[in-house]
Design a protein around this ligand. Structure first.
Ligand code: 7TS
Length: 408
């Protein structure tokens, strides 16, 4: 099947509207993607026909809801190359997944004097949970630095990893710069020192083909809403032996086997980590998103994004006063163009573009350590996905022309 961005675009109702009198150009998918009809229909179908709690009722609707919920788990497992759906825990998203690991695995395994290795590229979701763990345990945080192109400096990885390193938590793809990190190489080095590897896959599962076995990592966190699924949906994949050894994260219904007066025993995986009524519709919607993306094919999506990025870097890069942050090579640079333009504040850039119907993000992108590295407080960021086209890039460049006209 040939990749037809206009046909794909027509599957996303929200893209078909005028904003401030102009056809919408949506370039903020790194914050959240738009949702295709296939996902919207799955949500409607669930609520209109099958709505019931899962794993509880012995009645037809509960059976259907449970089936849809568990089938979706299998779809996510296959999407990331996990061999066992029981290793996929439903969470509220990447933030929920990382907090689960930092808390449940971290409190069991990290002690005073231990080290946690992060990078300055990380989204705050992959920094703050580890800071909280460090504060509770007395562990120490260390950081991999980035070079001028926003790539991890891995020359001194072997000295950053010590016998005290208990965990290495690293993003697959940076949301602020688009840098694609060599996760497999980092995982191998971390394992050689006996550390556990946690990957923030919020942008990874969106733009790259993920195979958790091949990456050789221990935990992989993802957000459904960035890959065409509903907000509040997400997953944590973890290696079975680690998940089994871990204490539960939250206590409540469904995560127990037996409850006695003074103590309880835990349910099998994955339910041990899913206390309370889960986001059933969210999980089913995320399963539908995986079906939608699988049908198009990750290779085709990646090739399309790469073509768009080549075009965008050339056109945006030709503007007077532009500075683009992130790797020069598209082998290491995913579908994000992070930039500043002369003296224009990124918020002003975004406001001017918004008046033209163009949505980008301006700010620190929840990656203040990245901003600090470059000595800026914010960048403007255009992020692309499967439904964007070269016309979107042209509109962006036209809009940026207005910014140049105003700010000189
Ligand atoms: N990690 C990365 C790399 C992210 O890009 C984000 C969200 C998160 C973690 C948190 O994901 P959540 O689904 O739990 O919120 N990134 C962005 C962004 O770039 N703009 O808005 C949210």
């Amino acid at each position: 099947m040939t990749f037809d961005p206009l046909r794909i675009r027509s599957e996303f109702p929200a893209l078909d509207q005028n904003v401030n009198g102009k056809p919408l150009v949506y370039l903020d998918s790194a914050a959240t993607s738009q949702k295709p009809r296939h996902v919207l229909r799955a949500l409607d179908d669930y609520y209109e026909r099958d709505n019931a709690n899962v794993h509880r009722g012995i009645h037809e609707l509960s059976r259907r809801a449970t089936e849809g919920f568990e089938e979706a788990r299998g779809k996510v497992a296959r999407w990331i190359g996990a061999s066992d759906p029981a290793e996929v825990i439903w969470t509220s998203g990447t933030t929920g997944s990382i907090n689960l690991v930092a808390s449940a695995w971290g409190l069991d395994n990290v002690r005073a004097g231990d080290e946690i290795l992060l990078s300055v590229l990380e989204h705050h979701s992959n920094i703050v949970p580890w800071q909280l763990l460090a504060r509770r345990t007395g562990a120490k945080l260390r950081y991999v630095e980035i070079d001028e192109q926003g790539r991890l400096i891995l020359d001194d990885l072997d000295s950053l990893l010590t016998d005290r390193t208990k965990v290495v938590a690293i993003s697959h793809v940076s949301n602020a710069l688009g840098t694609v990190n060599p996760v497999k190489r980092i995982a191998a080095a971390a394992h050689a020192r006996g550390a556990v590897v946690v990957v923030d896959g919020a942008q990874g599962a969106v733009h790259t083909k993920v195979d958790v076995q091949d990456l050789g990592v221990d935990f992989y966190a993802l957000s459904g809403h960035k890959m065409c699924g509903p907000t509040g949906s997400g997953a944590l994949w973890g290696r079975r032996d680690l998940l089994e050894a871990m204490s539960p994260y939250q206590g409540g219904g469904e995560m127990i086997h037996f409850v006695h007066r003074d103590e309880s025993t835990w349910a099998e995986l994955p339910h041990k980590f899913e206390a309370g009524t889960p986001n059933i519709a969210g999980a089913i919607g995320l399963g539908a998103a995986v079906d939608f993306l699988s049908e198009i094919g990750m290779d085709a999506i990646q090739a399309h994004e790469r073509r768009l990025m080549e075009y965008a870097l050339e056109k945006v890069g030709a503007l007077d006063g532009i500075r683009i942050y992130g790797p020069e090579s598209l082998d290491e640079h995913s579908a994000v163009v992070s930039f500043t333009l002369g003296d224009a504040h990124p918020h002003d850039i975004s406001t001017i573009l918004d008046a033209e119907g163009i949505a980008i993000r301006a700010g620190h992108h929840c990656a203040q350590l990245v901003m600090k590295r470059y000595g800026v407080s914010a960048t403007a960021r255009a992020s692309f996905y499967l439904y964007n086209t070269e016309e979107d890039v042209d509109r962006l460049v036209e809009g940026l022309g207005l910014v140049v006209g105003i700010f000189g």
